[in-house]
Design a protein around this ligand. Structure first.
Ligand SMILES: N[C@@H](CCC(=O)N[C@@H](CS)C(=O)NCC(=O)O)C(=O)O
Length: 199
């Protein structure tokens, strides 16, 4: 029997962390067996009994049996085990930048996350974001613009090639679309010279 990764996830249309966890496999061509469980039901708790001490989706089990919850830990563990998969940029400055973005997403944006739950099946034309949500959107613009400038990204992505930072912000991008949230286009990349990729 071939052992592969197992990944417990909720519905990827509604569970932003599950979508991130799944993207950390799918976008980097890593094979995984997914186990879907409905969130906020006994189904998730029952499924996770096999993944002690995890309590949330996504949770992965590595082929050798380590249980890893917390999406940032999943990203780091996959990146370490599969260094050529591309979770982090190879160039040190772009890699550091991508790590900052993923970590801040993991820890922050609480107003946006609670006011605008991810829902890939809905689209609202009218949005009345609170001041706290507007502050999160402003921080997003700052971070995204900084990442693209400082890494000299010439792709549509944040730090050059698609990285875990993009996977972490994918559910945020869907919220902007779902709730028609006001964000400005990125500023032109002329304000500071990018740090060379080879540093
Ligand atoms: N900090 C966790 C958050 C994961 C999380 O909150 N997952 C939600 C679904 S989006 C969940 O499993 N909720 C079920 C529960 O809390 O009972 C991570 O990074 O993975």
């Amino acid at each position: 029997m071939t052992h592969t990764y197992d990944l417990v996830i909720g519905d990827r249309a509604y569970s932003s962390w599950s979508l991130r966890g799944w993207l950390l496999f799918d976008a980097f061509q890593l094979p995984v067996t997914t186990r879907s469980a409905r969130l906020y039901t006994d189904e998730l708790a029952t499924t996770l009994k096999d993944y002690f001490p995890a309590r949330t989706a996504p949770t992965m089990r590595t082929p050798d049996g380590s249980v890893v919850s917390e999406t940032i830990a999943i990203a780091e563990e996959l990146a370490t085990r599969h260094p050529d998969a591309g979770h982090w940029p190879k160039a040190p400055h772009a890699r550091a930048t991508a790590r900052v973005l993923a970590a801040e997403m993991h820890a922050g944006f609480t107003a946006l996350r609670s006011a605008c739950p991810m829902n890939l099946r809905a689209s609202y034309a009218d949005s009345q974001p609170s001041d706290a949500v507007r502050a999160d959107l402003s921080r997003l613009e700052t971070l995204w613009s900084w990442a693209r400038t400082t890494t000299g990204s010439a792709t549509p992505w944040l730090c050059g090639d698609y990285s875990a930072a993009d996977a972490f912000f994918a559910p945020v991008a869907t919220r902007i679309a779902t709730y028609n949230l006001p964000v400005r286009a990125p500023r032109p990349r002329t304000r500071s010279a990018p740090i060379p990729a080879t540093r």
